[in-house]
Ligand binder design. Structure first.
Ligand code: NAD
Length: 276
């Protein structure tokens, strides 16, 4: 507790899943949190802002489509006006995109996934980095995926965007290290609701039966050898457990903390899915 005391964190996609978990954990660790989502601000505030305040923290909730440049510019401006600066930028937003093969998807579907998943990180950095550079301090945390490192069938826009996040992270890390700014990526495991949605979409696309209960059961503890490639790791004797939002948030706290001051350009997996 208190590892981020006095810090200001901007978290995108804070309405659900990993973004929500990060916003809450950052606040528990003492950071003031600017939370944004495409959800209406009052809804986000009732769901996330209220919990941050109940825990004694400060929250500013905004409705922002992070794929839209002007909205991101305004979000950053509003955050700095309100809290004075931004120390931590967590680019968490990511959408699954279409579950289709390339020859069946439209250019619009392709572009929309890349815009939300990749442009958003670019835009967040474009508008926050001048503030971090001026203060000679910053922590940028981008969200990639296990599929940023290995294929996920029928999901080319998603995997392309997540592989792109890793290239973006490494290159940006090289560019801003001289300003005492670190840039790292987290490749998280799945959380239950997202996992169910994705498995359902894949089953529908393939015409396979979908057993929601079986998918949900994989998220219950203890759950050795859970999830797609976790099963593959299980064959090697590894066990996947604890690969939810809490785990990704704990990694984010570490990356944002003083303990990670010399780590940059890294991509950290959780979930035992990929190991490189
Ligand atoms: N959950 C997983 O299975 C998993 C696995 C690996 C990587 N990831 C990555 O982790 C990150 C978080 O994933 P998650 O599963 O927690 O997501 P989620 O779908 O649970 O939540 C995403 C949040 O982002 C918001 N959002 C969507 N589009 C937006 C936009 N244009 N602007 C602003 N907000 C928007 C949604 O309203 C939602 O609250 C993503 O980058 C995702 O790719 C997730």
């Amino acid at each position: 507790m208190g590892r981020l005391k006095g810090q200001v964190a901007l978290v995108t996609g804070a309405g659900r899943g990993h973004g929500e978990a990060l916003a809450l954990r950052f606040a528990e660790e003492g950071a003031a949190v600017a939370a944004c989502d495409i959800l209406p601000a009052d809804e986000l505030d009732a769901k996330v802002g209220a919990r941050i305040r109940e825990a004694g923290g400060e929250a500013l909730c905004s409705q922002t489509d992070v794929s839209e440049e002007e909205q991101v510019r305004k979000l950053v401006e509003r955050t700095i006006d309100h809290f004075g600066t931004i120390h931590i930028l967590a680019n968490v937003v990511g959408i699954a995109g279409p579950t289709k093969d390339v020859w069946q998807m439209s250019l619009e579907e392709w572009r929309h996934t890349l815009a939300v998943n990749l442009d958003s990180a670019f835009l967040g950095c474009k508008y926050v980095l001048p503030e971090m550079i001026s203060k000679r301090y910053g922590r940028v945390i981008n969200f990639s995926s296990g599929s940023g490192k290995q294929p996920l069938s029928h999901r080319t826009p998603y995997t392309t965007s997540k592989m792109g996040i890793l290239g973006f992270t490494r290159t940006l890390a090289a560019d801003v290290g001289r300003y005492n700014i670190t840039v790292n990526a987290i490749c998280p495991g799945s959380h239950e609701e997202r996992g169910v949605e994705l498995e359902r979409a894949r089953a529908e696309y393939r015409g396979d039966p979908f057993d929601e209960e079986a998918v949900r059961n994989r998220y219950q503890e203890p759950r050795p050898n859970a999830v797609l490639a976790g099963r593959w790791c299980g064959d090697e004797g590894y066990i996947e457990k604890g690969a939810g939002s809490g785990e990704a948030a704990a990694i984010a706290v570490f990356l944002a903390s003083e303990d990670a001051a010399s780590m940059t350009g890294q991509d950290i997996n959780s979930g035992g899915w990929v190991m490189w």
